[in-house]
Design a protein around this ligand. Structure first.
Ligand code: NAD
Length: 485
């Protein structure tokens, strides 16, 4: 048996073993094998990371943006060279397929590329002669020490919605990965180390809830980016704001699709399956509900059930596998329980994915794709985030009925429409109270050069991750009025 990789913190360009005696197992969700243990770093270590980031800040903010982005160019190349190795680690600890892990890292790299444009993105504005002989201009300056608190489902990508922009804008940074998947950031920080970034510019601290609390309470940390479940997002938003921090919190989701009768059946079904069952449904942009409108009911339920049944489920390290496990045995049990509740409330089971037998993965956390129809629009299956490979179907008569039901929900992360009608598409994108819209797209993930939107209970704050929103979040504006007589 190989020695497990120790999970270390990275503070002031030094790899450090946490002093914590509290450790959690990190488990391969496909096999149940314990891969390593992760320390729950105490307050003093958060303080150490914050102190390193504070010490690095002054010199880093004075480093010209054109020089700062040179480290990001190096990082992009290192990520490209190591993408297969990082993807293996993501699959090992998170369970998704190798193709999904690689896809996640492509999105991470895309954000590094966009942040390389910071010398342009960070420019201010000016107006001469606002009064005779007086000029006024606005410049952007970094905020200070910033931190990200990340979820388990994209161990590589999500940090990159924030970190490249933060450091390119002249901030220094602290990353707190999910304690369920800490291995990927170990790899990525080894690459950050190879870029030669000055001491203290990027720091890594491992831990759970207590570590997060220490970050939120630390007076030297000025801005927090959080991605995770809605309940945690809400509480972190309130707590970070109460400590006077700038904060953006991306929360959970319940993403619906509308299938109009004129949609291309084969294309729609394949896109729906990729959305609902990709990453085992553990994507904040996973389709979880499908509204078949009018005649779409004649073909959609049977067709999606066939595709769900055919999905190849197993260990994501096997290249033929199309869907991996869910993250923990607790998640598996919760999802199985939610399916049962739905059935007891009257849902019809078209495909039941519970309790599968997966060869060579007897101890994995597997649920096969599941399809339930006759969902109660006000019931648990329709309203709560399941975060597993479960698709609920609702038959409605009109697109208006579907939009009304969508808008009555608490979440606002993503909604998609499948149709051949431009007029229907426009109506939908205009009326849906949702932050990310897909038209004939199953996973409407914004590219890095657009903000990752999200409304209602899917987002707390006003500036989103990625793109120009990230530049606004990671800079503060200074307005100068100037007269030289
Ligand atoms: P989570 O909320 O359990 O954990 C997220 C992070 O918060 C982790 O780093 C964890 O250590 C920390 N944390 C957990 N509970 C905490 C508490 N009580 N106090 C302080 N910190 C705490 O989320 P998860 O299970 O890791 O991730 C899945 C969730 O993330 C889903 O709800 C999914 O929709 C959401 N998500 C949203 C987006 C988005 O863009 N909106 C993207 C990815 C995931």
């Amino acid at each position: 048996m190989t020695e497990p990789t120790p999970i270390l913190n990275y503070i002031d360009n030094t790899w450090l073993q946490s002093e914590s005696t509290e450790m959690l197992d990190v488990t391969n969700p496909a096999t149940g094998e314990v891969l390593t243990t992760v320390p729950l770093s105490p307050d003093e270590e958060v303080h150490q990371a914050a102190t390193a980031a504070v010490s690095a800040f002054d010199e880093w903010r004075r480093t010209p943006p054109v020089h700062r982005v040179q480290y990001l160019f190096k990082l992009k190349n290192l990520l490209e060279e190591n993408i297969d190795d990082i993807a293996q680690t993501i699959t090992l600890e998170c369970g998704k397929t190798l193709a999904e892990s690689k896809g996640e890292m492509r999105r991470a790299i895309e954000n590094v590329e966009v942040a390389c444009g910071i010398p342009t993105l960070m420019q201010g504005t000016n107006l001469e002669d606002i009064a005779t002989g007086i000029d006024e201009f606005m410049i952007r300056q970094p905020v200070g020490v910033c931190a990200v608190i990340a979820p388990f489902n994209f161990p590589g990508m999500i940090t990159f919605w924030f970190l490249p922009y933060a450091i390119a804008c002249g901030n220094t940074y602290i990353v707190k990965p999910s304690e369920k998947v800490p291995l990927t950031m170990q790899k990525i920080f080894h690459l950050l180390e190879q870029t030669g970034l000055p001491k203290g510019v990027v720091n890594l601290i491992n831990g759970g809830q207590e570590t997060v609390n220490a970050i939120l309470e630390h007076p030297a940390i000025s801005a927090i980016s959080f991605v995770g479940s809605t309940a945690t997002a809400k509480s972190i938003y309130a707590k970070a704001a109460a400590h006077g921090k700038r904060v953006q919190c991306q929360g959970g989701a319940k993403n619906p699709l509308i299938i109009l009768p004129d949609a291309d059946p084969q294309f729609t079904v394949n896109a729906t399956a990729d959305s609902a069952f990709g990453c085992a449904g553990q994507r904040c942009l996973a389709a979880s509900l499908a509204f078949a409108v009018g005649g779409a009911q004649n073909w959609f339920p049977n067709a999606i059930s066939d595709v769900a049944t055919d999905r190849v489920v197993g260990n994501g390290l096997d290249e033929h596998v199309e869907m991996g496990p869910v993250i923990t045995p607790e998640s598996q049990k919760r999802i199985e329980g939610t399916i049962q509740t739905g059935i007891e409330a009257g849902a019809r089971v078209l495909v039941d994915g519970r309790y599968p037998s997966i060869s060579d993965c007897e101890n994995g956390n597997f649920i096969r794709p599941t399809v339930l129809s006759n969902i109660d629009p006000q019931g648990e299956i329709a309203k709560t985030e399941i975060f597993g490979p479960v698709l609920g179907l609702i038959h409605v008569k009109t697109i208006d009925e579907a939009i009304e039901l969508i808008n009555s929900g608490n979440y606002g992360n993503m909604a998609c429409l499948f149709t051949r009608s431009g007029a229907a598409a426009r109506k939908f994108r205009y009326e849906a109270q949702i932050g990310n819209i897909g038209i004939n797209i199953g996973v409407a993930a914004p590219m890095a050069f657009f903000p990752f939107s999200g409304w209602k209970d899917s987002f707390f704050g006003d500036l989103h991750g990625q793109s120009w929103d990230a530049v606004d979040f990671f800079t503060q504006k200074k307005v100068i009025v100037e007269r030289w007589n």
